[in-house]
Design a protein around this ligand. Structure first.
Ligand SMILES: O=C(CO)[C@@H](O)[C@H](O)[C@H](O)[C@H](O)COP(=O)(O)O
Ligand SMILES: O=C[C@H](O)COP(=O)(O)O
Length: 956
């Protein structure tokens, strides 16, 4: 069969199709394709074959757009501008095709006074069972295409009927599709009539409104014939009667529908509408290509010719009918015989109701599959056209994970979960409060709409000549800006961005000394506005800035906070220079693309407009229109979720190019805080140097973040070969950092859905905050923290633990205690080094050396974290996630302290309270944990501790 119409025989016998008109039937074409319209072929059919309409459906568009290169020039052109999601791209292409065909058919529309000349465009097949979505989409398409000879196609499902009624009442031409049963047709006709009546009731014109009811034919024979064949083969005693029905049921069914049409036309109800100019809803025969080669290839055209009907004919059948089709008014003949066929169907229990119900389901599903294929093809073309404007993602997975993820992608595709994510449907997760935390999905576009605020800020910051920006905040309010500061560095002619997220007095002093207090813009960033650290850091820097400036320092302070927060009040009372608001429907760790990341970025001289536009391209790649397998965020999320849930690979090990190394600290917060709860989740492992396969267990997934042309670490190759899953994300340039932020936000939301948790809360972070507050309040009241006694001491090292842990660890010196602690480590566990000391290059090197020793000796994942920073990040997973962590908390007596103005405590006290609060929650969660406190010089204490750890694990 031809895929497209051949025009060879037109001149000779074109009239047979045109002559259908004499029988009152309009031939339409069940096909659309750009080249076919553009090269005049469609027009030729109109002129020579009397073609009177065109229908399209998702499968037809899939054939047209999903294959070949015909649409590529337009795709390229469309993507030159602002960027579009694959769904929007498809719609541009389809709408252009529909409009072009409407143009070709418009003379027919005029000549037939609106009887014919229509082109149909179907609403998204995903909406077949969603009446509200369908009517919204029908209205939108009607408005977008904006052609009087458009027909919007709506499936004639039970749910579709209410949308059909509303659309008709709105004055939208409707083609009702996917009709198989007489009952469904009756419901649809009722919807049409009552829609017209609603219009009349509103005093609106009904004479310019057209509708057809697309009754599918050949598919019925396909199903019924198969059942007949099965029963005959099985030796059914009614074989002869069954055989007599072969190839007859679909036509008989259609004839019954037509009889009903005639009946209704005769009712007073219809006549009243007709008197007001109503046009009947004509029956349109669809699915009229012959599928069974044993039948005539024009069967479903020849046998269904009758007045006031349409037959939408696929190209090959169109050709065939032109070639050898015979005309007669067949639809109204042998009606009794058709009734007999239907009675026989009943008598022989061929379950036509079951068949038609199944066909509706299958029809909807197969249009969804076709649409998925189409959108996948468009997404792939889009990606190719965008090339290096998009980050690249690939995954090397062992076969079992690859198959599992592929199955999940299919499942997600069928259940439309990605579209539900974009609709902010909480049932994707736990059906809890998730809908209130999803505005990060749209924040990039939203910030682009408000870009002026940021650009004005940038201009003003520059004009004021600040040399430094010091951002004071924790977790979600600081880690994003820190990545931006470290990745982009100081911009020429702009202030340098520093990010302080510690209560360590030495670290506070280091930052104070690193900036020129008179020329520093302070950004106090706190979403909730109530977090302890940004509040006390504000108190300190307000004081020192005031002293340095010798005046009220408000003009040098900016707040970023959610509306109505305590911090907003602080900013107002203290007359801050500016206050920028976050979106209360975005949680901290998802806030980097909101003002929490963008205000510091703009103030530090980054081109935020460009940054957001680049980011938006990736947002569109993760759009709900992109099926899971073509959607990078979804695929990564499914890999991470399934690797953890089904294969025990829950340690997400982050490897990054030097140029974007700090991204890991942001990513670990996102992953840990989002997924680590209820005893499950992903444990991110950042900055752990790669090793040989022998030092790893089977609990890892590697995420390799590459920048530019950087080569992947060769050790990853060996790991891959050893069966470890490796996800690679390559940023062509640092400007794609925003794409990476969104990519992993989306992936984390998806992984959360796989794990069945609410990825947007952080119950254990809150718990730690509460415990810390109790201790600082106690200090403020009593002048000291509650007394505590070490269970052991060895030189400058004192050991503390809760009763249970102390019991398990006590007895012996430092080495013995540490040996017992690490002796508890089993395969699949991880070790967390949690250091409440200044985070600088020396202490970071120390922590790295210790963790590497632990990793290599114990062959488990390791984390090296600094408090209180990690409390707002991985701390959630350590307490709420899987009980596979073994923790060594390190505290020290601070050499010098810094008071917190206006509070009854100092930074040192706060840090001590945080460490103790953290430990209490770890203990309350039954975690294996030990605190070692260093007295005396820190460097020496760290050295002795490292030696003791070495002896404990190396057995020396
Ligand atoms: O519904 C309409 C026209 O209203 C058609 O485009 C309809 O979708 C097609 O005729 C059928 O999908 C084709 O069915 P089939 O030949 O694949 O069984
Ligand atoms: O990740 C968020 C931190 O816990 C800080 O919270 P905040 O921005 O509300 O102060």
């Amino acid at each position: 069969m031809a895929d497209t119409i051949s025009n060879t025989s037109l001149d000779e016998v074109g009239s047979v199709l045109r002559d259908l008109e004499k029988f009152g039937q309009s031939p339409w074409l069940d096909f659309i394709q750009r080249s076919f319209t553009e090269d005049g072929s469609l027009k030729k059919l109109v002129e020579e074959d009397g073609l009177r309409g065109v229908t399209s459906n998702p499968a037809i568009f899939e054939k047209a757009i999903g294959h070949g290169t015909e649409y590529d020039p337009q795709i390229r052109k469309l993507l030159e501008g602002e960027g579009l999601s694959p769904g929007d791209l498809y719609e541009h292409l389809a709408v252009d095709d529909i409009r072009a065909a409407c143009g070709v058919l418009h003379p027919v529309f005029q000549k037939t006074k609106g009887l014919d000349g229509y082109v149909s465009l179907e609403v998204s097949p995903y909406l077949a069972f969603d009446p509200h979505g369908t009517i919204t989409e029908a209205r939108r398409l009607w408005k977008t295409v904006s052609r009087e000879n458009l027909m919007v196609k709506i499936p004639g499902t039970t749910e579709g009927c209410s949308a059909i009624r509303e659309a008709i009442a709105d004055g939208i031409n409707i083609n009702v599709t996917l009709l198989f049963s007489l009952d469904a047709y009756k419901a649809v006709l009722e919807a049409y009539i009552s829609g017209l009546e609603a219009r009349v009731g509103r005093g609106e014109d009904i004479s310019r409104l057209a509708s057809v009811a697309s009754f599918f034919v050949s598919r019925i024979d396909g199903k019924v014939d198969a059942e007949i064949d099965r029963r005959v083969k099985a030796g059914d005693p009614e074989s002869a009667a069954l055989k007599a029905l072969r190839g007859k049921v679909a036509i008989a069914n259609a004839k019954m529908a037509y009889q009903y049409y005639l009946e209704v036309k005769n009712t007073p109800r219809w006549k009243a509408l007709a008197a007001k100019g109503a046009n009947p809803q004509r029956l349109l025969w669809a699915s009229t290509g012959t599928k069974d080669k044993a039948y005539s290839d024009v069967l479903y055209v020849e046998e269904l010719i009758g007045p006031e009907t349409v037959n939408t004919i696929p190209p090959a059948t169109f050709d065939a009918f032109r070639d050898h089709g015979k005309l007669r008014e067949s639809l109204t003949e042998n009606v009794d015989e058709a009734r007999h066929v239907m009675a026989e169907v009943e008598r022989l229990s061929l379950d036509l109701d079951g068949v038609t119900a199944k066909l509706v389901k299958e029809g909807c599903a197969s249009f969804c599959v076709a649409f998925d294929e189409l959108l996948t093809a468009v997404a792939t073309k889009r990606e190719a056209v965008l090339g290096d404007r998009l980050l690249r993602f690939s995954a090397d997975l062992p076969a079992e994970i690859r198959d599992d993820v592929a199955a999940a992608e299919k499942e997600w595709s069928v259940s439309g979960i990605l579209r539900r994510i974009w609709k902010k449907d909480p049932s994707v997760w736990t059906n809890g409060p998730e809908a209130g935390w999803l505005n990060w999905l749209n924040i990039v576009q939203d910030r682009l709409w408000h870009i002026d605020e940021l650009e004005v800020l940038a201009r003003d910051v520059r004009t004021r000549g600040f040399t430094d920006i010091l951002l004071l905040g924790m977790g979600g309010s600081s880690l994003g800006p820190e990545v931006l500061a470290e990745t982009f560095g100081q911009q020429k002619g702009w202030p340098k961005l520093h990010v302080l997220d510690s209560t360590d007095p030495q670290q506070v002093t280091t930052f104070k000394n690193a900036v020129d207090l008179k020329k520093t813009l302070f950004i106090v960033a706190s979403k909730s506005g109530g977090t302890l650290e940004p509040n006390i850091l504000f108190a300190h820097f307000w004081d020192v800035a005031g002293q340095a400036l010798g005046k009220h320092p408000g003009e040098n302070f900016i707040a970023i906070t959610d509306p109505g927060s305590h911090m907003q009040k602080v900013a107002e009372e203290n007359k801050f220079w500016r206050t920028f608001f976050g979106d209360p429907k975005i949680g901290g760790r998802f806030s980097v693309l909101s003002n929490f990341g963008l205000v510091p970025a703009a103030a530090a001289g980054l081109d935020v407009r460009k940054f957001l536009k680049v980011t938006q391209l990736l947002v569109e790649s993760c759009d709900g229109s992109v099926p899971p397998a073509a959607n990078p965020g979804a695929t990564i999320g499914l890999i991470l979720g399934h690797a953890a849930k089904c294969f025990g690979r829950d340690k997400v090990t982050i490897v990054a190019s030097e140029g974007i190394a700090s991204f890991g600290a942001w990513l670990e917060q996102l992953i840990a805080e989002s997924t680590g709860k209820k005893g499950i989740g992903l444990v991110p492992i950042d900055e752990e140097e790669l090793g040989a396969p022998s030092v790893y267990g089977k609990d890892r997934v590697f995420v390799d973040l590459l920048l530019g042309d950087d080569m992947p670490d060769s050790r990853l190759g060996a790991l891959r070969e050893a069966g470890a899953p490796v996800i690679t994300v390559r940023l062509a340039e640092p400007a794609q950092l925003g794409q990476a932020f969104f990519l992993f936000e989306f992936a984390t939301a998806v992984a959360g859905a796989v794990l069945g948790i609410d990825p947007f809360d952080q119950p254990d972070v809150e718990f730690s905050k509460v415990e810390t507050r109790k201790l600082t309040s106690a200090y403020a009241e009593k002048g000291s923290l509650p007394a505590e006694t070490p269970f052991a001491k060895d030189g400058s090292l004192s050991f503390y633990a809760d009763e249970k842990n102390a019991k398990a660890l006590e007895g012996g010196d430092a080495v013995a205690i540490l040996k017992k602690l690490f002796g508890q480590v089993k395969p699949g566990d991880y070790v967390g080094l949690l250091a409440y000391i200044e985070r600088d290059s020396k202490t970071r090197d120390w922590a790295q050396a210790v963790r590497m020793e632990l990793r290599d000796a114990l062959k488990v994942a390791t984390a090296a974290e600094f408090g209180p920073r990690f409390l707002h990040s991985t701390g959630q997973a350590y307490k709420g996630g899987p009980d596979s962590g073994v923790f060594l908390q390190v505290t020290a007596t601070d050499a010098a302290d810094v008071p917190v103005p206006g509070h009854g405590y100092s930074f040192s006290v706060v840090k001590a309270a945080q460490a103790r609060g953290d430990f209490e929650v770890l203990a309350a969660r039954g975690r294996r944990a030990l605190r070692v406190h260093i007295d005396g010089p820190l460097a020496e204490g760290l050295k002795s501790l490292a030696t003791a750890i070495h002896k404990a694990v190396a057995g020396e």
